[in-house]
Design a protein around this ligand. Sequence first.
Ligand SMILES: *Cc1c(COP(=O)(O)O)cnc(C)c1O
Length: 501
Amino acid sequence: MKLTELFTQPDPDFGKAMTALLEHFHHSDDSQAPYQRGSFTHQLDQSCMPAIGISPRDYLARLTTLVPGASHLTSPRYMGHMTAPLPAFTAELSRLLVMLNQNPMKMESSRLLSFLEREVLAKLHRLVYREDDAFYAAHMHAKDAALGVMTSGGTIANVTALWLARNRACGDNLFALAEQGYRGAVILGSRLMHYSFDKGMDLLGLGARSLWRLDTDEHNRLSLAALEQALQQCREQKLKVLALVGVAGSTDFGSVDPLPELAAIARREQIHFHVDAAWGGPTLFSPRYQGLLTGIEHADTVTLDGHKQLLVPLGTGMLLCRQPDLMMTVKREAPYAIRATSFDQGRFTLEGTRPANALYLDAAFQMLGQQGYAQLIDANYDRARRMAALIDASPAFELMSAPVMNLLSYRCIPSHLQGQEPDVATNEEINLFNVALQKAQRAEGHSFVSRTQRAVSRYGEQPLTLLRAVLLNPLIEEADIRALLDDQVRLGNQIASQLFE
Ligand SMILES: *Cc1c(COP(=O)(O)O)cnc(C)c1O
């Protein structure tokens, strides 16, 4: 085969084989190809490049052995991670987007899609900040305005927020703070802040120790008393507070920090206020649940993840900016491409070249509409409440936080410890039991939840192993939830007899 044929002649059989592979994959679960690190690494142990290429048809044989080893994220009994099930139209849409291969870093290499990105950001900005028509008409497509930036995910959005906050306070020069009489700089938020903030602190040269993870209350919300105390300490020690972070949907509990109070404190202290709504942001679509996020409209910046509750492919995050000129504080230019007087988004994105994933959001907005998202959110949040009720009603489980969104933390209690008040030693036993249970369930492959380690106020500072359910898949039915919990009780009984006898 001539190499140029790879560029000009699509192989219809290749496309059909892809469809068949996906079809088969979606009708199986992890139990068909159990996770075995040894066999996986043995399958993939070649460090030499092939000298000569093979045909797409021959490559299919390789794909056929690789694909079953992937995680079955779309199974309605797989409730462990924040990975979205994708609407079926995504498959064809992604083909279009990938083959267009536009690069919105630069207007010349994405043209209309650069402006589509701005339109998508304006819609989400309006969802959060509810400015009027005149505001959006003035700023949506203005050259030196950005209602936000697209990122590859929540991590880069959070890092960008810290970058903005730092530059607002002292430009790109932390030493300027010394000239203002400060002895250092910190960022404040709750101990439940996502670990992307630690990475951001590292990159800013401040180090993770300057990220103060403050105490939470019994509902896993940042404690206002702890915050006031931290602010007092900063005044005494002459530390500049670069940003205050509020979490709107914590990764483990779905809890929401007291946003109106945080906004008021940030305003009083003149601190950049960032809200991490990577998970929780789309709650705003739901008339029933949007009250959970009251106060988010006061945030200077808001992180959203498209690839979570907006149900679009991975690689789709956003940082929204309340003020359209805020992004100018991190503007950078490159003479060969990114010109100061252009519409190039690359002037202020941390990433350079990146895919035009705003098209996925556009498609989902158009085809689902606000109401479609509201229905999906309501159904998921209701499902979490139903699952919480099932957990709460069974002596085999202990619910560790009341459901706020659609994330649940709970643990399984071995039968000989049910109905007791666990002390520290008992909690250690229960921790070991839940680690073993989660691994056994994962190995069996029929159903899945993830696990985390957190202190909950009921048991003081002791870190507890918690099972963590994410109810994101609209195809989850009550029968799936019951089956998952039944699997845990059954495996739990087996494990208890091995661990405790
Ligand atoms: C998922 C998440 C992030 C990180 O987002 P990525 O898209 O994984 O980079 C940050 N904060 C919260 C609250 C999240 O749930």
